[in-house]
Write a new protein. Sequence first.
Length: 504
Amino acid sequence: MATEATSTDAPEAYETLLDRYERISYLGTASGVLSWDQQVMMPEDGTPARSKQLSTLASLRHELLTDDEIGSLLSELEDADLGDKQAASVREIRREHERADAVPRELVEEISETSSEALPAWEEAKENDDFETFEPYLEKHVDLKREYAEHIDPDRDPYEVLFEDYEPWLSFERAEEILAELRETLVPMIDAIRESDADLATDTFEGEWDADVQEELSREILSTIGYDWDRGRLDTSSHPFTSGNQFDCRVTTRFDESDPVGAMTSTIHEFGHAQYNLGLPQGEFGTPLGESRDLSVHESQSRLWENHVGRSRPFWELLTPIVKDHFPEFDGTPREAYEAANQVYEDNLIRVEADELTYHLHIVIRFEIERDLVRGDLEVADVPEVWNDKYEEYLGIRPETDSEGCLQDIHWSHGNFGYFPTYSLGSVMAAQLFSAADEEIDDLEGKIREGEFGPLHEWLSENVHAHGKQYRTNDLVVRATGEDFVADHFTEYVEEKYGELYGL
């Protein structure tokens, strides 16, 4: 495809490199569609074929990415006179090439095949509360990812190497510092909230909420906040996720007839992911400038829409009449709905149903467990017990089943170790980005109340989406907000919001 990065004076080696990379990118997006289908629509017994299909595509992508020609082109461009966007594309391709070149093709195939086989095993284990069904697949994933990390850099912490697959341009040390700042802020705040005698309207959404009507409501919410149905769709899956690119980006959610807020917030969360993908430059499809800037930034978009918009008071003033249109028996006021959507739970075990504050302790638990697994400090067989102990220590509750404990997330079935920290990093980044948007957009709160989301879309597109991978993570944040990536805005945001709610 024609790209903005390619110009008439671009070196021939650059144009050839971009052409080769586009083919690599297309294989990746094709794999994404097959993976989406496996989780949403594929017949239950389709796994043996799908695992072979995905492993073949992964192998072909790896083969093209590590081809000697790619290495030669990158060497030729080492000292070339390139524009800023061209240099950024070369930087990103070089990083991918060097990491892939360090890993044998056979290992890439085995990881992909294991992931496809592990997914139905995880689904069965979760449904039947049987960790042993999933245990051998998790064991194999841990072994394979240790081997993968060792090929890339045998002298470094393997977990840090894996973390860089999801956040390559933010140091692991900085990530740990931000997570530590979150713990220091949130633990005493959660304790104070639990000791508070604030009388929030926590029972506003009690009762039974028909799943089909919830789906109709979710579709209207997506339309209200600006989802492009010509380039997207909504489906259900066992674990909500988003998959796609700037031409075709699909979201999934799930429905619990006793918890309509969970479906609403999950749907809005996935919308944030989709909006990022759909906002990437169309003319750059297949190039690094047409790809999202890794997972911390991606999570900042989903958490911004879920929390700073979807859990805000002005949004519930907009949404409450829409809920009543679908559920006439609902009689909550906007304030009561806002309070119920932002209550801090004392007994919630499920990450995706967690409130905005305790959510990060759910992340810390997963981070510590997967880090210890990869480092060899924890055996897979001990995961359920360690998980339950950490929940009791950090959140004061203990899972009674593994289905509501260590089997609740899909990530380890894919072998995605190093992914979880980006959820909290993204939440922190969301607060910083929203603060900057609020400064620049006149009466943003009023616009949300009136359902006018165009200015926020435009701000995010201009400051985040349109750049693809042109800037490193911190550089992107600096350009958008005028300062380095910090936790201060998140801290101020939660202290103000929950201080008002709970009278702290």
